[in-house]
Design a protein around this ligand. Structure first.
Ligand code: GLN
Length: 498
């Protein structure tokens, strides 16, 4: 039943129609069949997955009350530590590293009985928008194997779109959950900052990084959200408050009387025609469902990308200093004669890719004395202005919306030599991270010019993640009844028939 929704798999498991071992095996078989083409996974934990599945089956057989997704398989972005399982963050420098501990997200997945199939490919240290920056080769978009699956979490999104997994974990620093979801026709949510623990998430930019759920439907995403969210004393930025009731919100299917704000600055020039067309049609669906559309202006969003590319590299230049060849991963040139600094240099030269080096250099420069105020300091002021724009906009609307990305999936190699063109992919997703609020991307149709999926972004105020699920669930249901079939039924996805 690999093409079913996770919620349907959960029901079949609970009803005893299928065992977790059988379901897990079906996904492992699918991975064997298609992952040579897709390359969503960096590591498949066949034995571990089957033994986790057997353990859940045994707990169920003994009559134990299990959590809602118990026994359903999941793909884990390789930026999350999982005890004893190779974890690289897409980097050569961590090749062969097996973490001695579980991230909080992994602990929560394990206690929910969710079966971890393996680790998914990603841009090195989550820096990128196409998964081409992985040291282990790119992931291919199941809609068209010559195209990118988005990034940095391209492996997680591609595993969903190719039916290798019904659930996945991503992380989103500037769009790495939402942009891959948009270009693969899947759903991805960046929860409110602090809503899901960052303990064991290999840090890129700590004030922006946020782990979140990915799936093929809004409800499945909500169920996974509730499984991983919640306060964690191991993460000092974790929020100590009740988890928003996102599953109930996803089931409401009602937006009557809600005000939906279209962000004027996040559409228009630079957005592909088909992206705009599908976005506008989706607004009509929301109006038909009883919502009111208002236009809001967020004038400082214009500076979000520039500020992000100072703050994120600055934080990464500090976070990545720990990869010094002494504590983790590979060590090059240690012949017993060379000094530690030289070994460190040689290891970093080989271990880090081009984009990671670019950002470390940029961040180190932006934080250097004499430049700190002009660059990092100014970027932080812009960040405050963006947060203020959101506060103003949320006085006029319950949620805000925009296209998730300016374009559909581009070809592998098309932008890999042009960092600025690559950075522009996240123009609509970055403001959410800057303000720490919630953001979702769900599929809203195919662009007529290329037949590729378009993402619809919904942004909700901090700790009101339920609102984006309410609007997303309603829009998804409206579009499904209009299309008559899920969007992935249109994908030439490697032989799956509905
Ligand atoms: N594409 C953005 C970047 O390269 C965002 C990455 C992310 O969200 N991890 O930084």
């Amino acid at each position: 039943m690999i093409h079913a929704h996770a919620s349907a798999m959960a029901k079949s498991l609970a009803a005893g129609d299928i065992t977790s071992v059988e379901l897990t095996q079906q996904h492992l078989d699918r991975i064997t069949a298609v992952d040579g083409d897709v390359h969503a996974f960096l590591h498949v934990d066949t034995e571990g997955a089957l033994s986790q599945a057997a353990a859940v089956d045994a707990r169920r057989a003994s009559g134990e009350a299990l959590s809602p997704l118990a026994g359903v398989p999941l793909a884990l972005k390789d930026v999350m530590t999982q005890k004893g399982i190779p974890t690289t963050a897409g980097s050569k420098i961590l090749e062969g590293w097996r973490p001695p501990y579980d991230s909080t997200v992994v602990s929560k997945l394990k206690s929910a009985g969710i079966v971890i199939l393996g680790k998914t490919n990603m841009d090195e240290f989550a820096m990128g928008s196409s998964t081409e920056n992985s040291a282990y080769g790119p992931t291919h978009n199941p809609w068209d194997l010559e195209r990118i699956p988005g990034g940095s979490g391209g492996g997680s999104a591609a595993s969903l779109a190719s039916f290798e997994a019904p659930l996945a974990i991503g992380t989103d620093t500037g769009g790495s959950i939402r942009q891959p979801a948009a270009v693969t026709g899947t759903v991805g949510v960046k929860p409110t900052y602090g809503g899901v623990s960052r303990y064991g998430l290999i840090a890129f930019s700590s004030s922006l990084d946020q782990a979140g759920p990915c799936a093929r439907t809004v409800l499945d995403t909500a169920m996974l959200h509730e499984a991983i969210a919640g306060y964690d004393p191991h993460d000092s930025t974790s929020i100590n408050a009740p988890v928003p009731q996102v599953v109930a919100a996803a089931r409401k299917l009602d937006v009557k009387g809600m005000k939906i704000g279209v962000v004027k600055e996040l559409s228009g020039a630079g957005y592909q025609d088909g992206v705009r067309a599908r976005f506008e049609e989706s607004l009509e669906e929301l109006v038909k469902a009883g919502a009111e559309i208002v236009e809001v202006s967020c004038p400082n969003f214009e500076y979000a990308l520039a500020a992000y590319y100072l703050i994120a590299p600055s934080e990464c230049s500090s976070n990545l200093a720990r990869f010094d060849s002494m504590r983790y991963g590979i060590r090059i040139g240690d012949d017993g004669v060379r000094g530690a600094e030289e070994v460190m240099n040689m290891t970093r030269e080989v271990g880090f890719g081009k984009e990671v080096k670019r950002r470390i250099i940029l961040g180190t420069y932006a934080l250097s004395s004499g430049y700190y105020d002009a660059y990092y300091g100014s970027a932080q002021k812009v960040r405050t202005l963006i947060t203020q724009d959101f506060i103003n906009a949320f006085q006029q609307a319950d949620v805000l919306v925009s296209p998730t990305c300016p374009t559909t999936a581009f070809k592998i190699g098309e932008k890999s030599d042009d960092p600025l063109a690559m950075y522009l992919n996240d123009i609509a997703t970055i403001p959410v991270n800057m303000a720490g609020i919630g953001g979702m991307s769900l599929p809203c149709g195919l662009a007529p010019e290329d037949g590729l999926p378009v993402g619809f972004q919904i942004m909700s105020p901090a700790m009101k993640d339920d609102l984006m699920y309410q609007v997303g669930g309603t829009l998804e249901a409206a579009l499904l009844s209009k299309w008559g079939q899920p969007i992935l039924a249109n994908a030439p996805v490697l032989g799956v028939t509905f």
